[in-house]
Design a protein around this ligand. Structure first.
Ligand code: EPZ
Length: 419
């Protein structure tokens, strides 16, 4: 299994091109199931999660081809299977995104329940309750959820008990082909949901309220193909902004937009980082002094993303004073804490909060990645630490960061992949 070795202490400097957003690309790929015409997606990132979704869609009968390295054509002329098997779902929870489109187009779906994961229990009950409210029958058997709506789905009003990103996306896709009007209340407002809604409208859907917490969908009989450009990855942009910040370097994040990371940018600025909007993207410059501790609470968009919490914690490990980091989205997303502590960080967990008392220096150590964002927080810590950090289980990184080692190496980081 690959490892990543980092010799820390060099400020990173240069240009990093931000890739297309993984969490936008995955639901967009699933949306191809809604039409018998080809969907062309441009700006698709090269990631192992994208490969997993490609494998799943191929099994369902979708022809997936790459016209160019980042241009993916998905053609679901015929649905060959309505089953998302355990083998793929357990590798990637986002597989559950085929549920809504399959039920809407084929009248049924059989999707393995994903089970828990490294960051929490992560049930899919809202997805199922929403589909049930739209008239589907739900049966749980053999670890699979069997959803049937042979006569089609019917529009309804569904209120999410708490905000769910993929829950909103699944019901949005299902409602696009339902009979009549669906109102999704307390819907997620994440840019990835907005991107999906815009693509669905380009495919002939009738969705209004995009970007608000109430989505109104007038169902249509059929959708058609279109070409859609995937938005840039705000989590990747936030991560590299923090890489510049933690090493005291300067990086131009090509293709990054302030509107996608408003709170992160504001908090980085408060900590002492300079962020300038340029024509090509965002120019991030670390501080010549130690950063200041700033408290953070994760929240649905436009709040501070849970997917940047681990990276923020690495940053705060080296700040002056203390920072209180509260995780409100997932119940078990502090797996990086013991690993950061092995590198010399001073972090104490109290329930859903972590108190980070900044230390002047981290020290390189062998550490273990547990999930995608936890892994990258260890990369950030390694970039700043004295000595060498070796991170194992880097397959987590390959799920969500395209060419991470190449991108950082091009900015002067001493980072290499050990095969
Ligand atoms: C999406 O996961 C992202 N994944 C996650 O990205 C991200 O961390 C998360 O949203 C929050 O922003 C994709 O977009 C593919 P949720 P999702 O449903 O949709 C609870 C990454 O690193 N909940 O918004 O699965 C749930 O347990 C990742 O790229 C229910 O209780 O997250 C959680 O506490 C990992 N029942 C909260 O809601 C449900 O039916 C929000 O989860 C659904 C969710």
């Amino acid at each position: 299994m690959d490892k990543i070795s980092i010799r820390g202490g060099t400020p990173i400097s240069g240009t990093i091109e931000i890739s297309g957003a993984k969490n936008a690309a995955l639901p967009l790929m699933a949306a191809s199931l809604l039409t018998d015409e080809p969907l062309l997606l441009t700006n698709i990132p090269k990631l192992s999660d994208i490969a997993s979704m490609t494998e799943l869609l191929s099994q369902l009968g979708v022809s997936v081809t790459l016209d160019a390295p980042r241009n993916m054509k998905l053609d679901a002329k015929k649905i060959a299977s309505t089953t998302a098997p355990y083998d793929i779902v357990r590798k990637m929870r986002a597989s559950v995104l085929v549920l809504g489109p399959l039920v809407a187009r084929a009248g049924e779906a059989h999707v393995s329940l994903p089970g828990g994961c490294a960051i929490g229990t992560r049930p899919i009950d809202f997805h199922l309750k929403g589909l049930e409210a739209m008239g589907a029958d739900i049966l749980l058997e053999d670890g699979y959820v069997h959803v049937k709506a042979p006569k089609g789905l019917t529009g309804t009003t569904f209120t999410f008990p708490t905000i769910s990103v993929t829950g909103t996306e699944n019901l949005l896709m299902a409602a696009a082909l339902a009979k009549g009007q669906t109102r999704l209340v307390n819907a997620a407002r994440e840019p990835e949901v907005v991107d999906l809604a815009n693509c669905l409208n380009a495919m002939g859907a009738k969705i209004s309220g995009i970007g608000t917490d109430t989505l109104v969908i007038e169902g249509v009989d059929r959708l058609h193909g279109t070409t859609h450009h995937v938005i840039s990855d705000r989590i990747e942009a936030g991560t590299y902004a923090m890489a510049a910040a933690i090493t005291g370097g300067t990086v131009l994040l090509k293709g990054a937009h302030l509107s996608l990371i408003p709170i992160v940018a504001a908090l980085l600025t408060r900590a002492g980082v300079t962020i300038e909007e340029k024509e090509e993207g965002l120019l991030v410059t670390g501080s010549p002094n130690r950063l200041e501790g700033v408290d953070v609470m994760t929240e649905p968009f436009p709040g501070f993303a849970t997917d940047l919490q681990a990276q923020w914690m690495a940053l705060m490990s080296l700040a002056t004073g203390a920072s209180l980091i509260t995780e409100t989205i997932f119940e078990n997303r502090f797996m990086h804490v013991p690993e950061l502590c092995r590198m010399g960080a001073n972090i104490v967990i109290h329930g859903s909060s972590a108190l980070v008392r900044g230390v002047p220096q981290l020290k390189g150590a062998p550490v273990m990645a547990t999930d995608l964002r936890a892994s990258v927080s260890l990369v950030l810590a390694g970039l700043a630490a004295e000595g060498t950090t070796v991170i194992s289980r880097v397959y987590h990184l390959d799920r969500g960061y395209e060419e991470l080692d190449e991108k950082l190496r091009a900015c002067g980081a001493h980072i290499e992949r050990l095969k």
